[in-house]
Design a protein around this ligand. Structure first.
Ligand code: HEM
Ligand code: HEM
Length: 121
């Protein structure tokens, strides 16, 4: 398996564990405020990272180079900032809005870079 796929799966399971912890907390406490952070940690953090990892494993010729490394780090940093800031925002810290927006835009840049890697020959 290419290194970037291993990295994506390693980070994806960390997102999954943290995402499920939010889910368990919400279920046990019946405090469902964190649904947004939970949903995006699981779907953007776990599912999307794992899909990126699978894509690179199926296309090893596309899995190396500086652009691939940059795509990985931009996406992961974006997801961390977006979901962490969203969790703090949902906990009541209104000052987190610009960080949620910034993290979301960084995540989107990671998605655009991935799309470019998929389309280029
Ligand atoms: C043990 C594991 C999990 C627990 C205990 C759990 C628990 C919860 C809870 C309590 C909610 C809030 C429901 C509501 O307020 O309506 C929720 C929502 C959600 N969960 Fe989980 N969850 C788990 C795993 C997952 C996983 C693995 C995923 C995705 C891969 C996921 C995706 C979602 C989504 C997308 C929502 C939002 C649904 C909506 O907007 O109606 N969950 N979960
Ligand atoms: C930068 C990327 C993204 C941004 C900025 C974003 C933003 C949002 C926003 C503003 C909501 C509404 C939340 C609410 O009404 O409380 C939402 C809900 C949702 N999004 Fe996203 N989203 C992104 C990516 C994704 C992706 C990639 C997926 C799936 C793979 C996804 C799945 C969902 C789901 C299932 C919900 C409903 C659950 C909830 O209420 O939180 N999102 N998203």
């Amino acid at each position: 398996m290419p290194l970037v796929s291993q990295h994506y799966f390693r980070i994806a399971v960390i997102f999954l564990i943290i995402g499920i912890c939010f889910g368990l907390y919400m279920s046990i406490s019946t405090d469902h405020r964190f649904t947004g952070a939970h949903a995006h940690l699981n779907l953007v953090g776990w599912v999307t990272s794992a899909l990126f990892g699978i894509y690179f494993a199926l296309n090893p010729s596309k899995a190396t180079g500086q652009l691939v490394r940059a795509q990985f780090w931009i996406f992961v940093v974006g997801v961390v900032i977006m979901t962490l800031a969203l969790a703090l925002l949902l906990a009541g810290n209104a000052a987190m809005v610009p960080f949620v927006a910034g993290g979301s835009m960084i995540t989107f840049v990671g998605v655009l870079l991935f799309s470019y890697i998929v389309w280029r020959n």
